[in-house]
Design a protein around this ligand. Sequence first.
Ligand SMILES: [Zn+2]
Ligand SMILES: [Zn+2]
Length: 104
Amino acid sequence: MFLIAGVQPKTRRVDESPQRCPSCGLAQAYATRVDHYLSLFFIPLVRVKKGTPFLFCDRCGRPVDDVRPPAREVPPSGAETVCVACNKAFDSSYSYCPHCGQRA
Ligand SMILES: [Zn+2]
Ligand SMILES: [Zn+2]
């Protein structure tokens, strides 16, 4: 008997709230996980491998490396940086100016 069995990756979004992509600076990156399922006749049956979450940016169309725990707020570091391009102040935890996108 011939069985069509195999391991298929399944991509699932872990968190529906967008996070800021460190690559393009826009909040269009989502925590994503790729699980691997043992499938039979193309129906996923058993999860054989649970993936580790990573950020996938919809805008960049690729995973972004910087994976942080889903912290909702900017840590109150109190330190501020002034953008060289637009002269507006923003928290130094940003690597890009949230006002104009200038790299900090
Ligand atoms: Zn991006
Ligand atoms: Zn700026």
